[in-house]
Design a protein around this ligand. Structure first.
Ligand code: ADP
Ligand code: MG
Length: 320
């Protein structure tokens, strides 16, 4: 399993777009994927067709009320699950302020989830005597039930996912620290414009701090160049500056010693901007678009998977 935190404390650089569409590409390629929405703005949840209204079980319940991940998780597509966010999560920062070990709550919840027996569908909530008697949280769609639910009744003993992608919000606060503590690797989406590299050193220092204190295996795998406009010289200059900077860190004892600027550029593509409002990934909304091609290429470059070229409408919306 690869656990990837998608972070950049700047907003609007392509974190959510990258998380959702990379997750969809991997799911299409047959990998079992879970997206964790770490941003109180809940854009990834909306993008995946789940509209948080302040009442649905969310990551807030996991971090603040110690709910198991399984009680919050929803299936949002073939091979694709979501731990939704909710505006309540904005309060987590304050509510967790006095809690010892607040940065590792998600990591512990993930560890518990990995070894937890998956009860048969329809009994999992009743078994624990919780109020919800539905086999899945309300709103979950009626897609073919695959992993993690395929291991009916049997203890999985290992992770039900091949990939966990954590979409972080625009801050380096306790939510992002939880993602960094739970992750094996970090992807940094970056919009190559003036001042794009401003703030990057703070971000990298944070990964170093987390690696030193709570998660020694954390590495920064690479930078995803998003909203790329090949026609501008500035974009190329930013990429060159960044590559030169990373080159200088080779061999250093820092989490980004092996980081690279991924070769795939995510070009500016209107379909990528349009698809969130339909609650679909770009593969469901516009499978022949440049946006779909770029995220398929990124999944191929970084994960080595092949996304089927001809895809029907991938169902990514929750039935209501
Ligand atoms: P972040 O999560 O870092 O705040 P988003 O992924 O939400 O950034 O992207 C910011 C905005 O830009 C969104 O409206 C999104 O739809 C749009 N966007 C992101 N990537 C692209 C792209 N490659 N082409 C066009 N629009 C994009
Ligand atoms: Mg976002």
């Amino acid at each position: 399993m690869r656990r990837i935190a998608v972070i950049n404390q700047k907003g609007g650089v392509g974190k959510t777009t990258t998380t959702v569409n990379l997750a969809a590409a991997l799911a299409l390629a047959g990998k079992r994927v879970c997206v964790i929405d770490m941003d109180p703005q809940a854009h990834a949840s909306t993008h995946l067709g789940v509209e948080p209204d302040g009442t649905i079980p969310s990551l807030y319940d996991v971090l603040v009320a110690n709910k198991p991940l399984a009680d919050v998780r929803r299936i949002v597509g073939d091979n694709l699950s979501l731990i939704p966010s909710d505006i309540n999560l904005a309060a987590a920062e304050v509510e967790l302020a006095g809690i010892v070990g607040r940065e590792v709550i998600l990591r512990e919840a993930m560890a518990a989830d990995e070894v937890r027996p998956t009860p048969p569908i329809g009994t999992r909530n009743a078994e624990r005597g919780t109020r919800n008697e539905d086999p899945e949280p309300e709103g979950a769609c009626d897609l073919p039930l695959r992993a993690p639910h395929s291991a009916l009744g049997a203890p999985t003993g290992s992770s039900p996912y091949d990939y966990v992608l954590m979409d972080c919000g625009p801050s380096l606060g306790v939510l992002t620290l939880n993602a960094l503590a739970a992750a094996d690797e970090v992807f940094i989406p970056l919009q190559p414009h003036f001042l794009a590299l401003h703030g990057l050193s703070k971000l990298l220092e944070t990964t170093a701090l987390v690696a030193r204190r709570i998660n020694p295996k954390l590495v920064v795998s690479g930078v995803v160049v998003c909203l790329y406009d090949a026609a501008t010289k500035l974009a190329q200059e930013v990429v060159n500056d960044l590559s030169a900077f990373l080159e200088k860190s080779r061999g250093a004892n820092v989490p980004w010693a092996k980081a690279k600027v991924f070769g795939t550029r995510i070009r500016r593509n209107i379909k990528l901007a349009e698809c969130p409002s339909f609650g679909k990934s770009v593969f469901g909304y516009a499978p022949k678009s440049g946006g779909a091609a770029d995220y398929a290429a990124l999944a191929n470059e970084v994960m080595g998977v092949t996304v089927p070229q001809v895809v029907g409408p991938l169902k990514l919306s929750v039935e209501t």
